[in-house]
Design a binder for this molecule. Structure first.
Ligand SMILES: NC(=O)c1ccc[n+]([C@@H]2O[C@H](COP(=O)([O-])OP(=O)(O)OC[C@H]3O[C@@H](n4cnc5c(N)ncnc54)[C@H](O)[C@@H]3O)[C@@H](O)[C@H]2O)c1
Length: 282
């Protein structure tokens, strides 16, 4: 299967790596050559880790994986892809531009998977001439390490499209958990409330960043606390997602904590920027 991946940021690079690790060919498209370069570097390092930790991928070589990926800014190369996974920022106006471009170049039989945190898949499908071939695939970060993907069935998503998505997941050693298409789906309707409330707690001085996270790790036994998770996702993506949830449900429980917005405005977007609730510069 030829897989197209649009957006080479946090998610797109992880998906491109995972797909290429299991012998599939990938076209990875971004608007920035710098981001494509940094994706190549990060994929190389991450494959080394996989060769070490993942029994199924023991001995896998970074160069072999990189060779299966075309890193490009040219959308036209997506014409050869059977399955295209979109991972551009969580802003509807950006996604609209991407699907406009994609419709001009893609094969009419290609499936589209939307990797979104909160935007309803049915709204994205309505931007295309193939709503039955559009599905939501909510991969989790870091993609190579996570065993399952939340699958969102849009209003018009066909059975054939669900089968194609599950087949691709099986080929890359993951499985899908299928849900219906409501803003934020299951995962982010719940997790973003927790991350947002954790930010309010820090803003109000009720507890330190470390103590908030420790309560979840040491009392509840979670692998990560909500603020570490927000840093991992990217605070800009968390803010955009809360804005989508608030806009869709018009429920004040989704109003974004001002501290999160202030950190993003200051460029403290979490791991990817080197600073968020925690520092990541060595
Ligand atoms: N970060 C997470 O943990 C996470 C998890 C699941 C889903 N998501 C969702 O996945 C999507 C991508 O999130 P991310 O965290 O990877 O964002 P990101 O900001 O890290 O990466 C987005 C990438 O898209 C590129 N881009 C922007 N406009 C483009 C265009 N017109 N064509 C091609 N590329 C373009 C940017 O240059 C950037 O590299 C969002 O919808 C997000 O909500 C994120």
């Amino acid at each position: 299967m030829n897989v197209g991946v649009i957006g080479a940021g946090t998610m797109g690079r992880g998906i491109a790596q995972t797909v290429a690790q299991y012998n599939e060919k990938v076209v990875l498209v971004d608007i920035s050559t710098d981001i494509l370069e940094s994706a190549k570097k990060e994929i190389r390092n991450s494959v080394r880790m996989q060769a070490f930790y993942n029994k199924a991928l023991k001995g896998i070589k970074p160069d072999e994986v990189i060779e299966r990926i075309i890193f490009t800014t040219d959308y036209a190369l997506l014409a050869e892809c059977d399955f295209i996974i979109e991972n551009v920022p969580e802003k509807l106006e950006i996604k609209i531009g991407v699907y406009e471009q994609l419709e001009k170049v893609s094969n009419p039989s290609a499936y589209y998977a939307v990797n979104t945190s909160c935007i309803p898949v049915t709204e994205i499908a309505a931007l295309t001439n193939r709503p039955d071939k559009v599905i939501g695939m909510h991969f989790m970060n870091p993609v190579p390490m996570i065993e399952a993907v939340e699958i969102m069935k849009g209003f018009h998503t066909s059975k054939e499209t669900i089968e194609a998505a599950l087949k691709l997941l099986k080929a890359i050693n993951k499985h899908g958990i299928i849900v219906n298409d409501y803003p934020g789906f299951v995962s982010n309707r719940i997790s973003h409330l927790m991350m947002n409330e954790a930010a309010f707690i820090v803003q109000e001085g009720e507890a330190s960043i470390e103590n908030v996270d420790d309560i979840f790790k040491k009392c509840y036994g979670h692998k990560m606390g909500p603020l570490e998770t927000a840093d991992l996702i990217g605070l800009d993506t968390v803010v955009d997602s809360l804005d989508v949830l608030f806009g869709q449900y018009k429920d004040t429980k989704f109003r974004c904590c001002p501290l999160l917005r202030r950190m993003v405005a200051a460029g403290h977007c979490g791991r990817k920027s080197g600073q968020g609730f925690y520092g990541y510069n060595g």
